[in-house]
Design a protein around this ligand. Structure first.
Ligand SMILES: O=C(O)CCC(=O)C(=O)O
Length: 282
């Protein structure tokens, strides 16, 4: 089944993103949120990175989608078929992550392109797409994602390390802001934002009383297999599942979580390789 209309595909090509409203039902998204909030392994695996503004951003990441509820979201036909429409190619799972942006303390994300990181991993083309699934409602108050509409057309902008995060060069971002519209992407639980790997995006800290958790599933094109090994997988066939597996697995306590979380401190070399590159040139 193809999800997006030709108009939505044109929107994605022009803007670098498109939102699929209510991609997941209230029951599906509640099961996802409940599993994640009770997932001790996720909590332990989650790492806090300094946002450089006095708060921490917390996230947990896993490379292979698995057979639990996280995997059913990342592998279900309604979501993946739409990614393949946008990529114009077979998609494979590059990794997924949960952004645990807690009430009052959840940190800000600097302006960046995902490809600013992934370029370091031997990925030649920016032919990747991320899908941000709102677990909680995302509003301006709790730090929803912000995007610069059309910024995927800038190509890859240099990224530099600031605190624990890599951000796009600030001068370019400021100039891009003068020419491109800044959009706050507010979302209801179950909405999904599909966005291009070169889209500039950021978010503010969460100073509100309400958490803003979101799961982001990232896909690479099969034809864009990285030319070298990194901490994210090279081409690995993605086995799609029928859409009703989300609920079936979600309702079965014994089957819910079950993914191998990455050790972000030792495994995530993208930011580290940026700092190494910088010191080489300095
Ligand atoms: O959840 C957010 O606010 C931003 C997350 C993000 O940009 C990322 O994981 O690359």
């Amino acid at each position: 089944m193809s999800l997006f209309t030709p108009e939505q595909i044109s929107d994605y090509e022009r803007d670098g993103y498109v939102v699929a409203r209510s991609l997941f039902t209230a029951e599906e998204i509640e099961l996802l949120g409940e599993t994640a909030r009770n997932d001790d392994a996720m909590d332990k695996a989650s790492s806090a990175m300094d946002d450089g503004q006095g708060n921490d951003v917390r996230l947990a990441l896993w490379n292979h989608p698995g057979d639990g509820i996280y995997g059913m979201f990342a592998r279900c036909r309604r979501l993946v078929n739409a990614v393949e429409q946008l990529l114009g190619d077979e998609a494979y799972h590059y990794h997924s992550k949960m952004i645990l942006k807690d009430a009052k303390v959840g940190g800000a994300w600097a302006w960046h392109q995902d490809y600013g990181y992934w370029y370091q991993n031997g990925v030649l083309f920016p032919d990747l797409c991320s899908v941000m699934i709102a677990v909680d409602e995302a509003t301006r108050e709790n730090g929803c994602l912000q995007v610069l509409r059309g910024s995927h057309k800038l190509g890859r902008v240099n990224h530099v390390l600031s605190g624990d995060q890599a951000g796009a060069e600030i001068e370019r971002v400021e100039e891009a802001k003068k020419r491109l519209e800044l959009v706050h992407v507010t979302m209801r639980p179950g909405d999904a934002l599909y966005f291009h790997a070169n889209l500039l995006h950021a978010s503010d800290a969460n100073n509100s009383e309400r958490s803003r958790w979101a799961m982001i599933c990232c896909y690479n094109s099969a034809s864009n297999d990285p030319y070298k090994d990194s901490h994210h997988p090279r081409y690995t066939k993605l086995h799609k599942v029928e859409d009703d597996r989300v609920l079936e697995v979600g309702r079965d306590d014994a089957k819910r979580s079950r993914v191998a979380f990455a050790d972000l401190v030792s495994d995530d070399q993208s930011a580290k390789s940026l700092s190494e590159n910088e010191s080489q040139t300095n």
